[in-house]
Design a protein around this ligand. Structure first.
Ligand SMILES: [Mg+2]
Length: 116
Protein backbone atom coordinates (compact mmCIF):
# COMPACT_ATOMS: atom_id res chain seq x y z
CA UNK A 1 0.00 0.00 0.00
CA UNK A 2 1.31 3.42 -0.85
CA UNK A 3 2.38 5.58 2.07
CA UNK A 4 1.92 9.25 2.93
CA UNK A 5 5.42 10.48 3.70
CA UNK A 6 6.82 13.57 5.40
CA UNK A 7 10.37 14.36 4.25
CA UNK A 8 12.64 16.22 6.67
CA UNK A 9 15.99 17.46 5.37
CA UNK A 10 17.70 20.85 5.41
CA UNK A 11 19.06 20.29 1.90
CA UNK A 12 16.75 21.33 -0.96
CA UNK A 13 18.56 19.01 -3.35
CA UNK A 14 18.13 16.06 -0.99
CA UNK A 15 14.43 16.79 -0.50
CA UNK A 16 13.93 16.87 -4.28
CA UNK A 17 15.85 13.64 -4.70
CA UNK A 18 13.75 11.90 -2.04
CA UNK A 19 10.51 13.15 -3.61
CA UNK A 20 11.60 11.47 -6.86
CA UNK A 21 12.47 8.24 -5.08
CA UNK A 22 9.15 8.05 -3.22
CA UNK A 23 6.87 9.22 -6.00
CA UNK A 24 8.65 6.91 -8.40
CA UNK A 25 7.75 4.04 -6.08
CA UNK A 26 4.09 5.08 -5.87
CA UNK A 27 4.19 6.79 -2.47
CA UNK A 28 2.81 10.27 -1.78
CA UNK A 29 4.92 13.05 -0.28
CA UNK A 30 2.44 14.95 1.89
CA UNK A 31 4.89 17.50 3.26
CA UNK A 32 8.48 18.59 3.58
CA UNK A 33 10.29 20.25 6.46
CA UNK A 34 13.76 21.74 6.56
CA UNK A 35 14.23 21.80 10.33
CA UNK A 36 13.53 19.63 13.33
CA UNK A 37 11.10 22.10 14.87
CA UNK A 38 9.15 22.42 11.63
CA UNK A 39 8.99 18.64 11.31
CA UNK A 40 7.25 18.31 14.67
CA UNK A 41 4.62 20.91 13.71
CA UNK A 42 4.04 19.27 10.33
CA UNK A 43 3.85 15.83 11.87
CA UNK A 44 1.03 16.97 14.15
CA UNK A 45 -0.74 18.67 11.27
CA UNK A 46 -0.35 15.97 8.61
CA UNK A 47 -0.19 12.72 10.60
CA UNK A 48 1.87 10.99 7.88
CA UNK A 49 2.36 7.22 7.69
CA UNK A 50 6.10 7.69 7.75
CA UNK A 51 8.75 10.38 8.28
CA UNK A 52 12.20 10.37 6.74
CA UNK A 53 14.52 12.30 9.01
CA UNK A 54 17.86 13.87 8.20
CA UNK A 55 20.27 13.88 11.15
CA UNK A 56 22.36 17.00 10.71
CA UNK A 57 20.29 20.17 10.59
CA UNK A 58 20.74 23.58 12.14
CA UNK A 59 18.93 24.10 15.43
CA UNK A 60 17.21 20.93 16.53
CA UNK A 61 18.95 17.89 15.01
CA UNK A 62 17.00 15.05 13.46
CA UNK A 63 17.54 12.52 16.23
CA UNK A 64 16.07 14.96 18.76
CA UNK A 65 13.14 15.74 16.46
CA UNK A 66 12.54 12.01 15.90
CA UNK A 67 12.52 11.43 19.65
CA UNK A 68 9.96 14.20 20.10
CA UNK A 69 7.71 12.92 17.31
CA UNK A 70 7.77 9.41 18.80
CA UNK A 71 6.99 10.91 22.24
CA UNK A 72 3.94 12.65 20.72
CA UNK A 73 2.81 9.54 18.82
CA UNK A 74 4.14 6.19 20.00
CA UNK A 75 2.99 4.66 16.68
CA UNK A 76 5.02 7.13 14.61
CA UNK A 77 7.26 5.51 12.02
CA UNK A 78 10.45 7.51 11.61
CA UNK A 79 13.21 6.42 9.25
CA UNK A 80 16.53 8.12 9.96
CA UNK A 81 18.61 9.00 6.89
CA UNK A 82 22.31 9.57 7.28
CA UNK A 83 24.87 10.88 4.92
CA UNK A 84 28.02 8.93 5.46
CA UNK A 85 28.88 7.63 8.85
CA UNK A 86 25.90 5.39 9.38
CA UNK A 87 27.08 3.07 12.10
CA UNK A 88 27.88 5.57 14.80
CA UNK A 89 24.19 6.46 14.98
CA UNK A 90 22.82 2.93 14.95
CA UNK A 91 22.53 2.46 18.72
CA UNK A 92 20.80 5.77 19.18
CA UNK A 93 18.41 5.08 16.31
CA UNK A 94 17.38 1.84 18.03
CA UNK A 95 17.14 3.51 21.41
CA UNK A 96 14.76 6.24 20.30
CA UNK A 97 12.46 3.74 18.58
CA UNK A 98 12.97 4.81 14.97
CA UNK A 99 12.22 2.10 12.40
CA UNK A 100 15.71 2.13 10.97
CA UNK A 101 18.70 3.92 9.53
CA UNK A 102 19.58 4.16 5.85
CA UNK A 103 22.14 5.98 3.80
CA UNK A 104 20.56 8.89 1.89
CA UNK A 105 22.29 7.78 -1.25
CA UNK A 106 20.90 4.25 -1.19
CA UNK A 107 17.33 4.56 -2.52
CA UNK A 108 16.82 0.80 -2.72
CA UNK A 109 17.53 0.41 0.97
CA UNK A 110 15.33 3.42 1.81
CA UNK A 111 12.39 1.97 -0.12
CA UNK A 112 12.93 -1.43 1.46
CA UNK A 113 12.66 0.11 4.94
CA UNK A 114 9.65 2.24 3.94
CA UNK A 115 7.89 -0.95 2.84
CA UNK A 116 5.33 -1.61 0.13
MG1 LIG B 1 21.41 17.90 6.76
Amino acid sequence: MSKNILIVDDSTIMRKMLVKVFEGAGHTVVGMASSGAESIELYKELNPDLVTMDITMRGMDGLTAAREIIAIDSNARVLILSNLDEDKYRDEVDRIGAIGLANKHNPDHILELVGE
